[in-house]
Design a protein around this ligand. Structure first.
Ligand code: TXA
Ligand code: MG
Length: 342
């Protein structure tokens, strides 16, 4: 397939925005930037276009997609029922890295919701994303624009590496400032339930609406045969080709463990503070007390781990507070839940 690379630096690139929107209106697939990660977009009302998204990514058909809007008024087409707590969250955190799950309207094709009775909706803050959605005058279904199973793309180059030749267009824009995917919260249960942590943190959600439950799949592996509230959480995810083991402990204990156990084909995925204390190859992902920086750099660091040629990587676990919970949730999946406490 011929893939068009469409450069859009900012809103002044009106031709690029019009070109991306025209492709999407024709039922084509276009990767677009958002503030979290790049997404692979299609018209959310076009079941065939949405099926093509699953094919391009190699995504399991039972894993539903998030629908992206650029105006609160678009929400009423997607759901018959907006709970009051959802309005509170929308006022506070939209546009932004927050996805809410609602009962779905009859306009949502089954391909989007993977047969569930619900739909996930997000209002991204990235201006290029908003401009493309507005120019389409359509909600866009968009999963992360990576091949299924590999780390989510935080730069246009990541998308090109994964999807060139498999999609109709890739918008070449800046790097994603958040770096981990949106927070996902289900508003169909009360209290609402956190399904995937992100930059709108658990602390922020609770301060806005009170009690929020945390789905067990956020921090631990689902038992074989249990039904996942968020189907995406049951798959192996974000995994580089290198085998990753997560090491939980203070800086000194981490370095001591790695220096003792790392053979010549090992690498460390560590914080800036660890790097010069280690005697193996290192890839850093931010400062140990800077969760935002860790989030921004994690997926690029996971891709860089593969470039080191190491066959095993020891990853220093982040703290679980604030956005750290999101970083921890992604890293433990990259490590296929293998954790060593030191
Ligand atoms: O930041 C993001 O959310 C990015 C950008 C592109 O917006 N998108 C993204 O999409 O991360 P994706 O498809 O990679 O992850 C969507 C997650 C999956 O874990 C999926 O199972 C869950 O949201 N999800 C979608 N619809 C759902 C629903 N109706 N009920 C429960 N979980 C749902
Ligand atoms: Mg994804």
């Amino acid at each position: 397939m011929n893939t068009k690379l469409i450069k859009i630096k900012d809103l002044a690139d009106e031709d690029g925005i019009a070109e991306a929107a025209a492709l999407l209106r024709e039922g084509k697939l276009v990767a677009i930037p958002t503030e979290t990660v790049y997404g692979l977009a299609a018209n959310a009302f076009d079941g065939a276009a949405v099926s093509a998204v699953f094919a391009a990514k190699g995504r399991p058909a039972d894993n539903p997609l998030i629908v992206h809007i650029a105006d609160l008024s678009m929400l009423s087409e997607l759901t018959p029922e907006i709970p009051e707590k959802a309005m509170t969250l929308a006022e506070k955190y939209w546009p932004g890295p927050l996805t809410m799950i609602f009962r779905k309207s009859g306009k949502i094709p089954d391909e989007v919701s993977a047969g569930l009775y619900t739909v996930a909706v997000r209002f991204p803050s990235n201006p290029v994303a908003s401009a493309i959605i507005s120019a389409c005058r359509l909600p866009l279904a968009a999963p992360s624009a990576n091949l299924s199973g590999s780390p989510s793309p935080t730069t246009a180059e990541h998308v090109v590496n994964d999807l060139f030749g498999r999609v109709d267009g890739i918008v070449m824009s800046g790097n994603c400032e958040v770096g981990v995917e949106s927070t996902v919260i289900s508003m169909v249960s009360d209290p609402p339930r956190l399904l995937r942590p992100g930059a709108v943190t658990l602390e922020m959600l609770r301060s806005a609406i009170g009690e929020v439950e945390v789905d067990p799949a956020v921090l631990s592996k689902l038992e074989e045969g249990t039904k996942a509230a968020s189907p995406g959480m049951k798959y192996k995810h974000y995994a580089p080709k290198t085998r990753v083991i997560m090491i939980e402990g203070e800086g000194e204990a981490f370095c001591e463990y790695v220096n003792k156990n790392a053979g010549k084909d090992a690498a460390a995925l560590c914080f800036l503070e660890d790097a010069d204390k280690l005697c193996c190859k290192t890839v850093t992902y931010g400062g140990q007390d800077d969760g935002e920086e860790q989030a921004r750099e994690l997926f690029n660091a996971l891709r860089k781990i593969d470039e080191t040629g190491a066959d095993i990587a020891f990853a220093h676990a982040p703290s679980k507070s604030g956005v750290g919970l999101a970083v921890y949730n992604r890293l433990i999946r990259a490590a296929a839940f293998k954790v060593v406490k030191v």
